[in-house]
Design a protein around this ligand. Structure first.
Ligand SMILES: [Zn+2]
Length: 269
């Protein structure tokens, strides 16, 4: 599943094609891709409007057309890219939009990806938490908000209404860096570890975006090569191997309904 760094990379790669352009048509092969609007709504509200901005909010790619926004969520297998042609031999193209002499193509094997249409960001902002790479994610913010919650840290970090955009890989890596056991209760974690956790979250996401940004090409982009491979992983997928910090064997347990990787020696509760 694409995580925050992959979504950021896709956002940047389509942005440079779309700014200032306007969509002239939409062709839909898989109707459910349009979550809360119809092709008619597209014609009335989106068509011919200029793209003012394209940015990421949590794991949504937001296409901002001034008085209307069109967020896209890739979910499990969605791929969003710009091409000069639509390859009709490809089976999994859910929809595509034409602009100028190019196409914004949405390809989705599992068909869970969605396009939305809203007047503004209010709906998304109300359900999404702080952006971990924004200036709002301060030491004070994380100290105050972790201390005021009595929740298992792994579960809390998954909660998109707390900090948005964190997925399984980056949570395991950040907890290992900060030497925090995934079952620790947020309010009981010492302040110095919380401060380290904040830096770790910023580092794993930032490093991954940097690497994703250098390996990506618009037309050949494949999520399976980003995230897992681009990042220098310390615990994720390393169960049974030695911890690079203390040589103990890395464990994998089911925590917060997800396979969770940690070092039992470095990460004590
Ligand atoms: Zn260790």
């Amino acid at each position: 599943m694409p995580e925050l760094p992959e979504v950021e990379t896709v956002t940047k790669s389509i942005k440079r094609h779309l700014i200032g352009e306007s969509f002239s048509s939409m062709t839909v092969h898989w109707k459910k891709t349009l979550h809360n609007f119809t092709p008619n709504d597209f014609n009335n509200k989106v068509k011919s409007r200029k793209v003012k901005d394209v940015y990421r909010r949590a794991k949504y790619i937001v296409i901002d057309l001034d008085e209307v926004i069109m967020p896209v969520h890739l979910r499990m297998t969605g791929k969003l890219y710009v091409s000069n042609l639509v390859d009709t031999t490809k089976k999994h193209i859910s929809l595509y939009l034409q602009f100028n002499d190019k196409y914004l193509i949405f390809e989705d094997t599992r068909k869970f990806g969605r396009f939305y249409l809203y007047e503004n960001m209010n709906f998304l902002n109300n359900k999404l938490g702080v952006e971990p790479l924004s200036s709002n994610f301060t030491e004070n913010w994380i100290l105050r908000n972790m201390k005021s919650r009595n929740r298992q840290i792994k579960q809390l970090l998954f909660d998109q209404s707390f900090i948005c955009g964190l997925g399984n890989i980056y949570i395991d890596e950040a907890l290992w860096m900060a030497k925090i056991h995934p079952l620790s209760i947020s309010s009981a974690i010492p302040s110095r570890k919380i401060i380290t956790l904040r830096k770790a979250i910023i580092k794993v996401l930032g490093d991954s975006i940097k690497l994703g940004g250098t390996t990506i090409r618009d037309y050949t982009y494949d999520f399976s090569y980003v995230g897992n491979y681009a990042l220098n992983l310390n615990v994720f997928g390393k169960q049974g191997g030695a911890c690079s910090r203390c040589n103990s064997i890395i464990l994998k347990d089911k925590i917060a309904q997800r396979g969770t990787h940690y070092c039992p020696e470095c990460q004590k509760i």
